[in-house]
Write a protein that binds this ligand. Sequence first.
Ligand SMILES: [Fe+2]
Length: 227
Amino acid sequence: MRGIKSLKEAWEEAQQQGWSSGETSSLQNLRFEARLDKWEEVETRSGQGTETMLRPTSQAAAPYPRSISAVYGLDEQPLHVDGAHFPTPPDVVLLFCDAPNETPTNVLSIKELDLRFASAKEYLPSEYLRHGIFIVGSGPAAFLAPVLDAGRLRYDPNVMEPADARARDAADYLRSLQDKATPFHWSVPKSYLLIANRLALHGRAKVVESDSAREVTRVAYRIGAKR
Ligand SMILES: [Fe+2]
C-alpha cells in the first residue's frame, strides 16, 4: 500500500522541485495539517475568501475585468505566480481536485529558467529577470518590481506591465517557456498539487471540451520565514 505523505513532506519536495503532488482523503485534512504547521491562509483576490473554487470560465462570463479568465477564457493560461499583484505574494498555492478531469495544470520550476549570471559579454535571461522593471497592478496601489528578487518569483502578465526594455525581454523569455512546462494530470480522485508559488510558475492548460464542469479548489498560504 502506498503511504500518504504529510503536507510537510510534500512541502519539502515542493521547495526542491517547485511543486509536489499527492492524494488525500479530503481537502479539509490538508487544511488542518497546514493549520498545525502554522501556515496562514491568505486571499489571492481581496474579499474573495481563502478557499476559491476554480471553474472554467469564458471571457464573457468572467467576473473580474483583469482576471486571467477575462483575458484568456477557456484557452491556455500564461504561466504565472498567484497573487503577483500583492506586495508579498503567497508562498504556497494548494490545488485540490475531488474528481478527475482531462485538463492539466502546467507547472514550471524556477530551476528550468536560465539563471546563470550575465557577464559583460553575454546578455542572459537572469539579467532581465532580475533587473527588468515591471509596473505591478494599477492605480494608487501600483508599484515597481522585477520578476526575480532574492531568488523568488513574481510574474503574471495580466497584472504586470513591462516598464523598460529588459522587462519586455523578460516577458518574451517567460512566454517562450510556455511549452516547456510540465503538465500535471488530474487523473486520480482527491489529488492535490502543492505549488511553491515563489519557486515555480503555473497555469491551467486549454480546457478540454468535456471539462466544462471541471472544479479545482485553491487555498493559498503564507508561511513566513520558514518558507
Ligand atoms: Fe493561478
